[in-house]
Ligand binder design. Structure first.
Ligand code: 13P
Length: 255
């Protein structure tokens, strides 16, 4: 089973939630609950919470990520934060191309690709998000949409650099809606993305490429999603804000 080649990654995406104080409290509650995890555990938090999160997780098995980064190293980009800046303060992970960035902040496949390139150049590990909207699923073009997003985002990425990319398949209709994809739907698309990586690179690269599912994953449904052959982890929104719920998902991924 190729699944055994890949270490599961459970990542939280806090979105625009928590202050430094509540960051500290949430992480203190979470730490003992996930200490024996047999998977990678990541929390992606708002920029303002990163110093508190780094301090609270020091010496633990929880790694910290940002939720976005700009493609330039520095310059006149008011309100943006560069990958180099994240690296400089010791942040190892960054989410890029989240559907909320695409939907509300004008991200395109091309700007996602530029951000991926910058993050890799800075030495960050990228959690790259792709996913179709409801209309696209209903029109039967999920595969085309997800393949295009993935292919453009991976433009200029070498096979060796794939080791620093985790792909998160997040159907937009399942995000924050309570409408989780069925395990079969998640498996179908994750397998399709893996096949694409095989076409773009080779089978060995595809076999070790980590692909998460995201979209209303919670303590109750995580196990059956994570059980699927091509689902190697989860990107968790709402349930990552609650230490107990997040820890149940981490346990489900620990195998
Ligand atoms: P929810 O788990 O709240 O649906 O959010 C998923 C998500 O967008 C993670 O990036």
């Amino acid at each position: 089973m190729n699944k055994a080649l890949r270490k599961a990654v459970i990542a939280g995406n806090w979105k625009m939630n928590n202050t430094p104080d509540t960051t500290k409290a949430t992480i203190e509650a979470m730490k003992p609950l996930v200490a024996d995890a047999d998977c990678d555990v990541v929390l992606c938090v708002p920029y303002i919470d990163i110093p508190a999160a780094l301090e609270a997780t020091a010496g633990s098995n929880i790694k910290i990520g940002a939720e976005n980064c700009h493609w330039a190293v520095s310059g006149a980009f008011t309100g943006e934060v560069s990958a180099e800046m994240l690296k400089a303060i010791g942040v190892p992970y960054v989410i890029i191309g989240h559907s909320e960035r695409r939907q509300y902040f004008g991200e395109t496949d091309e700007t996602v690709n530029k951000r991926v390139r910058a993050a890799l150049d800075a030495g960050l590990i990228v959690i790259l998000c792709v996913g179709e909207v409801k209309e696209e699923r209903l029109q039967g073009v999920t595969s085309e949409v997800v393949r295009k997003q993935t292919k453009v985002a991976l433009g200029g990425v070498s096979e060796a650099e794939l080791d620093n990319i985790i792909l998160a398949y997040e159907p937009v209709w399942a995000i924050g809606t309570g409408l989780t994809a069925t395990p079969e739907q998640a498996q179908e698309v994750c397998a399709d993305i893996r096949a694409l990586v095989g076409e773009l690179y080779n089978k060995a690269a595809a076999d070790k490429f980590v692909i998460q599912y995201g979209g209303s994953m919670n303590a109750a449904n995580a196990a059956e999603l994570l059980d699927k052959e091509d689902v190697d982890g989860g990107l968790i929104g709402g349930a990552s804000l609650k230490a107990q719920d997040f820890s149940v998902i981490v346990k489900a991924a620990s195998r």
